[in-house]
Design a protein around this ligand. Structure first.
Ligand SMILES: [Ca+2]
Ligand SMILES: [Ca+2]
Length: 387
């Protein structure tokens, strides 16, 4: 990659914010060009292969069943379908997916990957504990925000991904087979109107695919530490929008636009979280809809999150899950090691040894130690890892 030294642009945590896209209610649309729509059987499992008879970019549906011993039912994916995966032990309020990607054809998917498996044990512990703690706290208090220690941690991740450290997350193309390494996975299809089996036309479908492919393409500039401009990178991972800003963005930048105004490469809409990318791809794909409320907004349910999380897309009225894997055994052999924490509550500080998990009991959420002591997250704002 080419590296040029230029005047520093924006450094440190000074990430520019942009306005989010609309997150309002959307009614399932009933108007479309039916001549271009694709019809399928309405079964939720064992989808009948889809006949696509228009478009230059027609390709055979991908039979993912050939790739894995774990996958015995042949299932047909078509470009624009959504893959949901479950990798971590996030089981807050019934959540059973924590990653999502867009199927782009030819046995490939495009995903925004946070690259957690490349991190130190400490970083993984902080991130996973933060995730559980954040979601559990949001259940209790929808206006909950992370405290300063955790925000600093998240901005540190953001500076690395936006600065071109490839161990800290980016948008990329991957082989479909990676899906089989997750605990469980689902395939979903995006509908304009799910109840009436009204699917987007191929042009719209490939608008979504192209949007994701463009952002995975290693052609974008990044602004690294000290203002280093790094050329030919894919888009970075956006950690700040989900965990701190609770916003999401859909950008329409071109490489030329960013090269002409490199501060764009520091915007939150330059990077993507996994579900933010899938949401943005379909939001972009329907940008020419005559009415905004006819666009496909995969985060239309107005929950406590303005950001779009993977399970919100899975539960979207526009998405039909047509395949779910047989759940593999839950990973009880968790590699995360217990950590000693300083728990910072609104009115007190508590030191706890060997915290390893978050647990729900009777609708309340607790940090759990390896000796099964429970510490309520009620009023917990922040934590520091002490080892
Ligand atoms: Ca973003
Ligand atoms: Ca949301």
């Amino acid at each position: 990659m080419a590296i040029l030294l230029v005047t520093p642009l924006i450094r440190g945590e000074n990430v520019e914010l942009t306005s989010s896209s609309a997150d309002g209610d959307i009614e399932p649309t009933t108007t479309t060009d039916s001549a271009n729509s694709i019809s399928t059987e309405s079964k939720d499992t064992n989808l009948t292969p889809v006949s696509i008879n228009t478009g230059d970019r027609y390709e055979e549906p991908y039979e993912s069943g050939n790739d894995s011993e774990n996958h015995t039912n042949a299932t047909i994916l078509i470009p624009g379908d959504i893959i949901f995966e479950y990798w971590e032990k996030i089981k807050i309020d019934g959540v059973d997916v924590d990653h999502t990607a867009l199927y782009v054809g030819n046995g490939k998917l495009v995903e925004a990957d946070p690259y957690i498996n490349k991190w130190t044990t400490l970083e993984r512990f902080k991130y996973n504990t933060m995730a559980l703690f954040y979601h559990a706290s949001k259940m209790v208090n929808p206006s909950f925000e992370l405290g300063p220690n955790l925000k600093e941690f998240v901005y540190g991740l953001q500076n690395r991904s936006y600065g071109g450290d490839t161990d800290y997350g980016k948008v990329e193309e991957d082989d479909f087979g990676d899906v089989y390494d997750s605990y469980s996975y689902y395939y979903g299809r995006v509908y304009i109107d799910r109840e009436n089996n009204l699917l987007p036309d191929n042009t719209t479908r490939y608008e979504a695919v192209d949007y994701a492919n463009e952002r995975a393409s290693p052609k974008w500039p990044l602004v690294g530490e000290n203002g280093l401009i790094l050329l030919n990178h894919p888009r970075p991972f956006d950690y700040v929008s989900p965990w701190i800003m609770d916003e999401k963005q859909c950008d329409e930048y071109t490489v030329d636009m960013v090269m002409a105004n490199l501060s764009l490469a520091k915007n939150l809409d330059y990077g993507y979280g996994c579900s933010e990318l899938v949401w943005a791809a379909w939001w972009h794909a329907t940008k020419n809809s005559p009415n905004e409320n006819e666009r496909i907004d995969l985060d239309s349910d107005n929950t406590i999150y303005k950001y779009v999380w993977p399970w919100e897309i899975k539960n979207s009225p526009h998405v039909k899950i047509y395949y779910n894997s047989t759940d593999k055994p839950t990973n009880t052999d968790d590699t995360s090691q217990p950590m000693d924490l300083k728990l910072i509550y609104t009115d007190k500080i508590v030191y706890v040894n060997n915290v390893e998990d978050v647990e729900e009991m009777n609708g309340e959420y607790y940090l759990k130690t390896s000796s099964n002591e429970l510490y309520s997250i009620d009023g917990l704002m922040d934590f520091e890892v002490l080892q």
